[in-house]
Design a protein around this ligand. Structure first.
Ligand SMILES: C[S@@+](CC[C@H](N)C(=O)[O-])C[C@H]1O[C@@H](n2cnc3c(N)ncnc32)[C@H](O)[C@@H]1O
Length: 509
């Protein structure tokens, strides 16, 4: 079906259903009334996946300007939070995409060019409405037209030329921030609906002796007077300290006559409210995992009251649509960066640690590293090793505990030249973080990741000969290791069709 430009500059189409509607862009999109939603944007022809549908420049309002004026007008239905706190209004079709919890468009903010790019997440058929995901907290009752479709919210894969000094700070591309941060736990995706497959770590034996129990350090505080408990629990809810990392532990422990409240695993000492007369927080070892058996429950409870959850250890926590979108974002990011290494002599392996989905306090910026074995002539400069080093260096530098080095602490990773002055569970390397990497980490990197206490590893290409995450060995499943991390392989159906060329499988040596 042909699309032609009219003398007035609009695009018209010969498609019958859209004949009475203006076709407003080169992808043949038109505006129609979407029942119960006002206007909506519709396809007039087949749109293949990964097609850039629209690039909308944005108008930015200062917070005050918006609070004083914009908020009281119809603009309030169209604006969203920009990354620096300003409010943004997308021009062009950008403001007319309606919401769906199963969107067929993804979107990316480009803060450099002050625009948003909308991309098809799958094949879109003629007459289908083009929808995006606004977030979890809506200000209207949603009417769904695409709710029966399979969730597909992957993000833009297209190139951005100025994109990266790969070893430097990244974060040039953001997801659109919803107006309010909603509850990330609704709309759970499981099994086939996930764009990745969890690896089953063949470890069904539980931590059934005291020595086997894996621990991390958490902040706790004693509550001398029970009248403070309600205040403290309320404060904790609002403090932003709550995270998934402690969700397998009870909040309060009563032992002898002492009541203790579990606070966080943050790297710095939590600042308690000033209106309660309690002591200072202190760190204690707590179990890393819920108890899978009654025996382990007894042992774990001696450290801290633990949740009994008899599921297989390799089954990771539930993933919401929003969290899957976060992961897709990270995978898009490594693929884009891999494409950029093709012009260099480096091996095309890219590692990325994004800001955690649940708990940004664990890491306030993201990291990306490439493999630098070729340029440095150093056989250990694998992408995974480089990223561990970058995150650890940064965490050590920004951690308050680094200001008070413990002279007795022995450097745990001298080969990387990092002085680790913290104790396990605070600013220790990749604690609580997720690594996305193009290629399954080798045995050396998998062990380094284990030492780093990484939470989970996602890779795209398996390395059957050299991989340490299930390829030739599975390091986190070995008996005797003192930390385990989850592993998932990204499904090839969910990798951009342009990617395999960059994500070279021949480097499994
Ligand atoms: C950014 S505008 C989208 C374009 C809008 N439909 C129009 O006619 O201008 C957002 C507004 O569209 C409506 N809307 C968007 N998605 C919707 C949905 N799934 N169900 C009902 N209303 C929706 C809501 O009124 C919302 O405030």
């Amino acid at each position: 079906m042909a699309t032609t430009s009219t003398s007035s500059g609009e695009f018209s189409t010969t498609n019958s259903s859209c004949r009475s509607n203006w076709v407003l862009n080169r992808e043949g999109c038109c505006i129609k009334i979407a029942e119960g939603k006002g206007r909506g944007v519709y396809a007039s022809r087949v749109i293949p996946p990964q097609t850039v549908i629209e690039v909308s420049p944005v108008l930015l309002f200062t917070r005050t300007e918006y609070e004083d004026y914009g908020r009281h007008t119809i603009l309030d239905h169209y604006t969203f939070k920009w990354r620096d706190g300003r409010m943004a209004l997308a021009l062009g079709l950008g403001s007319l995409f309606n919401h769906s919890s199963h969107p067929n468009l993804s979107y990316m903010i480009d803060p450099v060019h002050e625009c948003i790019r909308y991309t098809s997440a799958r094949t879109i058929n003629p007459e289908e409405e083009l929808c995006i995901f606004y977030g979890h907290q809506l200000w209207f009752d949603p009417v769904g037209t695409t709710e029966n479709l399979k969730p597909q919210v992957c993000l833009d894969q297209s190139d951005q030329s100025e994109f990266l000094d790969i070893l430097a700070i990244d974060g040039e591309v953001d997801e659109i921030e919803p107006r309010d941060t909603g509850d990330p736990n609704d709309d759970i995706l499981e099994g086939e609906a996930l764009p990745f497959i969890w690896k089953k770590l063949q470890i069904d034996e539980e931590e059934e002796s005291m020595e086997d129990i894996r621990t991390m350090h958490a902040w706790a505080v004693d509550i001398p007077d029970l009248k403070y408990i309600a205040t403290m629990l309320k404060w904790l809810k609002q403090s932003g300290l709550e995270s998934d990392t402690l969700s397998h532990l009870k909040r309060i422990r009563k032992r002898d006559s002492i009541t203790t409240l579990l606070l966080s695993v943050s790297s710095s000492v939590p600042l308690l409210p000033t209106n309660v007369d309690i002591g200072d927080p202190y760190q204690i070892p707590v179990p890393c995992n819920p108890a899978l058996t009654q025996t382990s429950l007894i042992f774990k409870n001696t450290l801290w009251p633990t949740v009994y959850a008899p599921r297989r250890k390799w089954e990771p926590a539930k993933w919401s649509i929003a969290k899957v979108q976060w992961a897709r974002n990270a995978v898009s990011h490594i693929l884009r960066n891999t494409a950029q290494t093709t012009s260099s002599d480096e091996l095309p392996v890219i590692a990325h640690v994004p800001k955690p989905f649940e708990d940004e306090a664990l890491l306030s910026r993201s990291f990306t590293a490439k493999d630098t074995r070729m340029s440095t002539g150093h056989p250990l400069r694998h992408a995974a090793m480089n990223i561990i080093r970058n995150v650890a260096d940064w965490r050590a530098k920004t951690s308050p505990t680094d200001l008070l080095p413990d002279p007795a602490a022995s450097p745990s990773n001298g080969s990387l030249g990092i002085s680790d002055t913290s104790c396990n569970g605070t600013n220790y390397l990749l604690t609580g973080l997720t690594l996305f990497i193009t290629h399954e980490p080798c045995i050396m990197c998998s062990m380094a990741l284990l030492h780093s206490r990484v939470k989970e590893v996602f890779y795209i290409v398996p390395m059957p000969r050299t991989g340490g995450c299930g390829g030739s060995e599975c390091l986190p499943a070995l008996k005797g290791v003192n930390h385990r991390y989850n592993i998932a392989q990204w499904r090839s159906r969910d990798v951009d069709s342009a990617a395999p060329a960059h994500v070279d499988e021949q480097i499994d040596v």
